[in-house]
Design a binder for this molecule. Structure first.
Ligand code: ZN
Length: 193
């Protein structure tokens, strides 16, 4: 049986059965309850992808969803300077991304600590419940409606388990497409005339 606190169980329930989600099982036909989950791995046995080797697009997504530019500047400290390839509103994310790839860099260690703390609930939930739960939370949904999306993406990105590769690939593509859909939904992006 899963060893999981009541709070964590309720938190995951909330993510899986978000009321604004059109796939909310509460509105599904009778008998179409959530799938049974596979037995979970012991939390302490779950290894993390080293911070400097987290998949690049997922790192960008989590940085962009977790911080504003001022917060990133503060976190980077002296390492925020340098020729940025991505000027304008994306500069801070670009600088943080480059800092994150420096193994054992001071800014990398700060970013790792802050991201793991900020997203501790999702890391813990994925450790306790396994990939089936993350799949249930993330796949087939409008990502903009997933509560605490940044944390779920971070937990999947940090999961040192080859079985997570498929979900990572799915997320890269889904984040890319949902980002474009969000841009397209803005009236100013649309063709006129
Ligand atoms: Zn990278």
């Amino acid at each position: 049986m899963l060893r999981m606190s009541r709070n964590l169980r309720m938190f995951v329930q909330e993510a899986v059965m978000h009321p604004s989600d059109p796939r909310d099982p509460a509105t599904a036909p009778p008998g179409a309850g959530p799938r049974r989950r596979r037995a979970a791995t012991t939390p302490s046995a779950v290894a993390r992808v080293p911070f400097d080797r987290v998949e690049c697009p997922l790192l960008d997504a989590v940085l962009a969803m977790s911080f504003d530019a001022g917060e990133l500047d503060n976190l980077l400290g002296d390492e925020r300077a340098g020729g940025c390839a991505c000027p304008g509103p994306r500069a801070a994310i670009d600088a943080a991304h480059r800092a994150a790839h420096v193994p054992d860099g001071a800014a990398a260690r700060r970013l790792e600590r802050v991201l793991d703390t900020l997203h501790a609930r999702e890391l813990e939930a994925l450790d306790a419940l396994g990939l089936d739960t993350a799949t249930e939370v993330l796949v087939g949904r409008d990502l903009a409606r997933v509560p605490r999306l940044a944390g779920w993406v971070w937990a999947v990105a940090r999961r040192a388990d080859p079985d997570a590769d498929g979900l990572r690939s799915y997320l890269v593509r889904a984040l890319f497409l949902d980002g474009f859909r969000a841009l397209g939904a803005q009236a100013s992006s649309r063709p006129t005339g």
